[in-house]
Design a protein around this ligand. Sequence first.
Ligand SMILES: [Fe+2]
Ligand SMILES: [Fe+2]
Length: 269
Amino acid sequence: MKRCSISAPFDPITQEELAWILDYRNANGIREVVLVPLETGTASLADRRKMLKMAAAPYRHLSVSDRPLENGITVPEELQEGERIVREGRYDKSARGIRKELAERGTYFETSLDALCKPRRAAHSRSVAGVCREIAQVHGMDPEQAWKAGILHDITKAWSDETGKRMLEVYDPSRLELDEKTWHSFTAPIFLKTVMGIQDRKILQAIRTHTLGDGCTDLDYLLYIADKIEPTRGYDAAYETQLAKEDLKAAFDLVFKEAEEYRERRNNG
Ligand SMILES: [Fe+2]
Ligand SMILES: [Fe+2]
């Protein structure tokens, strides 16, 4: 057989699908395999096409097209299931050539958030991300970087203490001495780095410091503030929001102090 097309949503293409496609080609003596993304998917057709091209780039006998050939086949459904798992945060299951792209562009950050967090937490994270983006713009910071920090900051919050403990024992055991409530700010950067492939150190640091407030960059301050003042929390934070737009450090100091006072009141009463 000279050429054959293989279709799937490729939303996105997984490493397992890629391996299956290469095996299929070898087993059937096919000269060229044309990869065809189906019409519908979570990511746009243009994005999925671009990712397919990146995944296929190292292979001389793979190409990408929008039109299936007459003898075209579809990737088996059970393998397509793997695409959903990637969209739910397991970027390590995506085709090797696209992992960096997924992590840098933030493709599937929101589907991952919805899969890994309860609806209220996901709404909070979206709200934090919105506040981060808005205030970052005012200060000439990178609004997309700020948005990503907000979306991802509580990504491991739904984990049980047992799961968090298992990860910290391996990667960051000194944190086990801290209150369990803070653990998610240490497990999230590890998960984001090792599973989702996020390399942006500023984002990882902002997330790591968002519960203790021990950060020192503008992004650290911004995420800490946004986490406390975002509208779904239901406080009147008009003053803090305005101050954050004028002076991030001053707003951080104020919000930090307010959080401390709140904790003291709760502990005493
Ligand atoms: Fe948090
Ligand atoms: Fe939060």
